[in-house]
Design a protein around this ligand. Structure first.
Ligand code: GTP
Ligand code: 5AD
Ligand code: SF4
Length: 329
């Protein structure tokens, strides 16, 4: 019984945040003073939720945080997720979004456990600038080592997420183009969304898709290639065929019409949209002893409430009830 929402969108993409702790303090995300705000559940609880959701048509599971690699036991968790079977009898695709700081050591064990892909957040390819954005010294070398170890382990493709902020790192666009080609990774530029702890978002600070394409084209021409409808990123290859970049443009080119995502927060709440103003307490039901059937019923009902779209930049925009670090990206 696959999941659909009231707008006819098929929901097959699950994102589970396993902690809202983080060892970085990126300027566009955390204040740096607030710590973890929500509970973490035992892995077996996320696993039960994932099993039920895979039974409802989920085919891809992405682990997020906070920083998911801060949690001990993640390798075993991935191994258990890899035992699940989709409605087609296949292993679900398993991906991870991480800041990469602790990745070098664990990339191979994660791959061996069944992880398919990894996405590493990097907002500069220059060590000093990297430190200024993450507000942690000497991170760049560790993250680069993590990216390389992931490629060596066969996590494929390795994607890099780069959030662009005007006046902070938009001069990194071309260096990231070179980085994508040299390191054989897919670099995805993301338009900054109003989901940060400090209220720094303004429409002017967003570096838009059009601007990114035009800036990159000064370096080398780009050709757009087809992307799956429910994919967040538009994809481009360089005209000489070497290297790929992506642009995730939720602000200037929203993709809500093809949204396939549902999220579980670290404390076991279901979120139907990044910009939801409430969440739905799946874990509380579990705690009270609900059967799988009851949980399934609850999930199906929650899905009927999935928002049609976000309202970034519109008058009367209501901020989400949680910031990015407490949702999971
Ligand atoms: P792939 O599986 O590689 O396609 O990854 P993904 O794009 O689903 O995952 P990733 O975690 O790398 O997401 C990249 C960024 O896209 C996130 O950090 C968000 O900034 C943005 N994003 C992801 N999902 C959504 C969404 O549902 N809505 C909006 N508005 N932005 C999203
Ligand atoms: N807007 C867009 N992307 C964001 N991320 C974190 N905060 C924001 C935001 N406000 C990205 C991070 C990471 C992923 C989890 O989300 O860079 O790659
Ligand atoms: Fe889906 Fe909400 Fe993201 Fe739009 S903003 S793509 S509806 S999660």
């Amino acid at each position: 019984m696959p999941l659909f929402d009231n707008f006819g969108r098929s929901i097959h993409d699950l994102r589970i945040s396993i902690t809202d702790r983080c060892n970085y303090r990126c300027v566009y995300c955390r204040t740096g003073t607030n710590g973890a705000a929500y509970a973490e559940l035992p892995f077996e609880d996320y696993l039960r939720m994932a099993r039920i959701l895979v039974g409802l048509g989920i085919t891809k599971i992405r682990l997020t945080g906070g920083e998911p690699l801060l949690r001990k036991g993640i390798v075993e968790f991935v191994r258990s997720l890899a035992q699940l079977r989709t409605l087609d009898g296949k292993k679900p695709e398993i991906a991870l979004t991480t800041n990469g700081h602790l990745l070098a050591e664990i990339a191979q064990p994660l791959k061996d456990a069944g992880l398919d892909r990894v996405t590493v957040s990097m907002d500069a390819v220059d060590p000093d600038r990297f430190a200024r954005i993450t507000r942690v010294p000497n991170g760049y070398e560790s993250v680069l080592a993590g990216v390389r170890a992931s490629r060596r382990a066969g996590l494929d493709p390795v994607k890099i997420n780069c959030v662009l902020l005007r006046g902070f790192n938009e001069d990194q666009i071309i260096p990231f183009g070179m980085f994508a080609r040299e390191e054989r990774v897919v670099v995805r530029f993301i338009e900054f969304m109003p989901l940060e702890e400090d209220r720094v978002w303004t429409p002017q600070i967003v570096v838009t898709l059009d601007e990114i394409v035009s800036r990159m084209s000064e370096y080398l021409p780009l050709e757009e290639i087809t992307h799956q409808r429910s994919e967040t990123a538009r994809r481009y290859r360089f005209s000489d065929g070497v290297g790929e970049i992506g642009i995730i443009a939720p602000v200037s080119h929203p993709f809500c019409g093809h949204c396939s995502r549902i999220r579980i927060t670290s404390d076991g709440k279901l979120r139907t949209c990044l910009f939801s103003v409430w969440d739905h307490d799946l874990h509380e039901l579990m705690r009270r002893g609900a059967t799988d059937e009851k949980l399934t019923e609850f999930i199906v009902k929650v899905m009927e409430k999935k928002e049609e779209r976000h309202h970034i930049g519109e008058p009367g925009f209501v901020p989400a009830s949680r910031t990015m670090v407490h949702i999971g990206g």
